[in-house]
Write a protein that binds this ligand. Structure first.
Ligand code: AMP
Ligand code: MG
Length: 513
């Protein structure tokens, strides 16, 4: 049959009722999307649409088709949207009833490769889990989520992704009145640690068991066949979380609200709110204005990742003893995190080849003695002392391929410690045996030229508010390929995506959006 005769499904036809519906109703409710008044499309992530629906289908969709989906404009064939229930530890305290208070799953799409993708609309109106909230999202936070989803995907960090963004004339009350908006986000699953906590603490043992079986069957089939499936699943989630923390730390990403309800069972970065990328390197950086104690400060993220895994482990105690949970956590989290983090940092410095083989046996403490621990720790101390821009410094180092160069060397200061570090670094480069050309190439693959800075996001927000989406498009494109040393990226890195001016007042970003 000629290709042109093959019927191309509409979005509504591509959406299947999510597999969530096979779980007990304890975990979900059917909901109705509440359309926004005067809604209009702001942006569609065309490459993502093509990968999820196929090129032909994506190409034939007009902005109005996307708008219809985001307005809950359904046909009889479209599945009912679903909101899910979960609980979670927020800032260390257990909250028994959370859930999708302003998001609903429109359905699942089976991509051309056969993978399932949940499509979730955020800001779609109240659900049974909204508590006192209005179920809405504002344009400011929706643009931030849309951009950062692209930024993380472009950096190669596991994340939910964003398919399209709408805005509206509908006023939404926050600290002041803002336009309502929606983001259509997608992920293989939005399953959270908090879903397991929900059935565990409620004591619904049947639902809890079904959630375990569901997770194993759909997302961890390799663990389902292990001798002890719950133990294998727990270890796998701990490992993914530790690797995710390593990637966040290496790129200077701060999540801001690492509550267990915002932790993905698939090790994805999930629920973007008051996040931020480091500008000047500061281990104590707190990106969330509401985080008064600094629980989720940059340097504390790995420890919180582990704390959250322990909270998940507690919800696994119907299947594993507390002692087993503790052992699995201890054996997995920190060793995996350290190995992954120091490996990434050594690659950023260009002293470790991309395809370096795994290292030799572990010591008595279960950890590999890492040859680059001091080199990494010492340079971070210098960057913090001199308040050097984290992304820009590694980009300058990449440009020089680590060779002595005034740009990156001067930034470290004139101290004896800085000079000693430079000597040790040059020795480590020589010892690595990697040629300058290879080193430059390899460093460029791990050191982004551009990251999503708060002031850049704000500039995009201000532009979109005046109806101008050109900057959004430009930044979105750059974020898709942040490692590329293209002339467009070079220009952006010194302009709209440059470090904030030293005298600029930091933007205040908090949870309420
Ligand atoms: P977050 O801080 O965005 O992760 O949200 C924490 C909890 O509050 C989740 O259960 C959300 O669904 C819910 N929530 C946040 N904002 C709203 C809102 N505007 N309306 C209803 N629920 C909300
Ligand atoms: Mg959340």
């Amino acid at each position: 049959m000629p290709l042109t005769d093959t019927p191309i499904p509409t979005i509504a036809q591509a959406l299947h009722r999510p597999r969530w519906q096979t779980l007990p109703s304890f975990f979900h409710n059917d909901v109705v999307v509440a359309p926004l008044q005067g809604a209009r499309m702001v942006h569609v992530n065309q490459p993502l649409a093509a990968s999820l629906l196929g090129c032909a289908a994506a190409q034939q969709l007009a902005p109005n088709d996307w708008l219809a989906v985001c307005q809950g404009d359904v046909t009889d064939a479209t599945p009912a949207p679903v909101a899910t229930g979960y609980a979670g530890h927020q800032f260390g305290h257990y909250v028994p009833q959370l859930g999708d208070g302003r998001a609903c799953m429109l359905g699942e799409v089976i991509a051309p490769g056969g993978d399932y993708w949940e499509w979730q609309l955020k800001g779609a109106g109240p659900t049974p889990y909204s508590r006192r909230g209005d179920g809405r999202a504002v344009l400011r936070s929706s643009i931030r989520e849309y951009l950062v989803s692209q930024a993380m995907a472009g950096l190669g960090i596991p994340t939910t992704q964003a398919l399209c963004l709408t805005t509206s004339d509908e006023p939404v009350q926050r600290e002041c009145v803002e336009p309502g908006a929606m983001v259509l986000r997608v992920a293989p699953s939005h399953l959270r640690f908090g879903h397991f906590e929900y059935s565990f603490y409620t004591g619904n043992t049947a639902a809890h068991q079904q959630l375990l079986d569901f997770t194993l069957a759909h997302y961890y089939p390799q663990c389902a066949n292990a001798p002890d499936p719950p133990a294998a699943l727990f270890s796998a989630v701990v490992e993914k979380t530790a690797r995710l923390m390593a990637q966040w730390q290496a790129v200077g990403f701060c999540h801001g609200v690492m509550n267990t309800d915002n932790m993905s069972m698939l090790g994805l970065t999930l629920d973007y709110g008051p996040y931020g990328f480091l500008d000047a390197f500061n281990p104590d950086h707190i990106c969330n204005h509401s985080d008064t104690s600094g629980r989720y400060r940059y340097s504390n993220q790995p420890a919180i990742g582990q704390w959250n895994c322990a909270a998940l482990g507690h919800a696994f105690t119907p299947w594993l003893s507390e002692a087993t949970v503790e052992t699995l956590l201890k054996d997995t989290f920190y060793p995996v995190f350290m190995e992954a983090y120091l490996g990434l940092m050594a690659r950023k410095l260009g002293v470790l080849a991309m395809e370096a083989p795994p290292r030799a046996a572990k010591g008595d403490d279960g950890l590999l003695p890492h040859p680059y621990k001091a080199l990494v720790g010492d340079v971070l101390m210098l960057l913090a002392q001199q308040r050097v821009d984290y992304t820009q410094w590694f980009a300058a180092l990449t440009e020089a391929g680590g060779e002595p160069d005034t740009l990156w060397q001067k930034a470290l200061g004139e101290s004896a410690a800085a000079k000693q570090w430079c000597r040790q670094y040059q020795a480590a480069l020589t010892e690595s045996g990697i040629s300058l050309a290879d080193r430059k190439q390899q460093m460029a693959a791990v050191n982004p030229l551009v990251v999503l800075r708060n002031h850049t996001a704000q500039h995009v927000i201000d532009s979109v508010a005046t109806g101008d989406t050109a900057v959004l498009d430009e930044v979105f494109t750059a974020l898709a390929a942040p490692y590329a040393r293209t002339s467009a990226n070079q220009v952006l890195a010194t302009a709209v995506m440059a470090p904030p001016k030293p005298d600029a007042t930091p933007l205040v970003i908090s949870c309420s959006s």
